[in-house]
Design a protein around this ligand. Sequence first.
Ligand SMILES: Nc1ncnc2c1ncn2[C@@H]1O[C@H](COP(=O)(O)OP(=O)(O)O)[C@@H](O)[C@H]1O
Ligand SMILES: N[C@@H](CCOP(=O)(O)O)C(=O)O
Length: 292
Amino acid sequence: MTFVDVPVTVRVPATSANLGPGFDSLGMALSWYDEVTAEVTTSGLTFDIEGEGADEVPRDETHLLYRAMDAAFDLLGEKPAGLHLTCRNTIPHGRGLGSSAAAIAAGVVLARALVVGGDERVDDTTLFGLATDLEGHPDNVAPALFGGFTISWIEGAAAETLRLDVEADVTVFVPPEPVATSVARGLLPEQVPHGDASFNAGRTALLVAALTSAPERLISATEDRLHQPYRAEAMPDSYKLVRQLRVEGVPAVISGAGPTVLAFAHGLEAWSPAGWARRELRVSPEGVHFRS
Ligand SMILES: Nc1ncnc2c1ncn2[C@@H]1O[C@H](COP(=O)(O)OP(=O)(O)O)[C@@H](O)[C@H]1O
Ligand SMILES: N[C@@H](CCOP(=O)(O)O)C(=O)O
């Protein structure tokens, strides 16, 4: 038997990348999950999708979850005759909370789990490399796969990551309208001033210390000059909320490529703009994990 003959279900966390200065490097898994079930069938590709994006995502081979599974099946050297995918989506799309990374992480892990002996053929590092290739940067897929707080980098052609356990109170303010990550990346300049690069290098190093042992440094540690100022024009209300929170001493950043605002605090009810969603979260120690 090549494939397991029962459905496999995973939960996969939302993630927040960058965390201010750590552009394309730092990321954190959050206690907010999508749930995906995959089952091998005799033919075809069928979907049962509910929740976020259900009216927008395709129900064919171009669906991101399927594309990730298909790429993983290539690595595994096996293709199922058919698949049925059930998606219970709660992570909003295009808001900077890593919905695409969640779909990719769930897809590669599900594909490996469906192949009998898949763990012996493809290890976690290889899956992480594949997920990074599909996403285009490692900072969301690392915490989506491994949980916690991750520092990721590219070594030659390979993606690497270091996972750390951290605890933090997190609030996300989610605006009603999306900004696609591809659009937000298009706003970034080809080159940045050396002084800004140096500024961010210091803040990124400080942020690792602040999150692991020096939370009183979070306000300085979350400053950034490499991406947020360039993206402000695409998300002016988010940028304004970040500045307002920071003036009050609350460490706040644009989550990922935006437009969600992430603050390292709870009890921020009074700050929620009208029409935005607000959620109090914690760091998820678990990345994508199996559910029975
Ligand atoms: N659960 C999902 N199922 C299918 N496609 C998804 C899913 N999550 C994200 N996507 C795809 O990724 C896009 C959002 O990705 P992106 O712009 O990077 O924003 P985000 O910050 O949410 O990752 C969606 O518009 C959709 O095309
Ligand atoms: N480093 C990336 C992170 C994108 O995160 P997402 O959750 O918005 O997809 C970037 O800043 O472009």
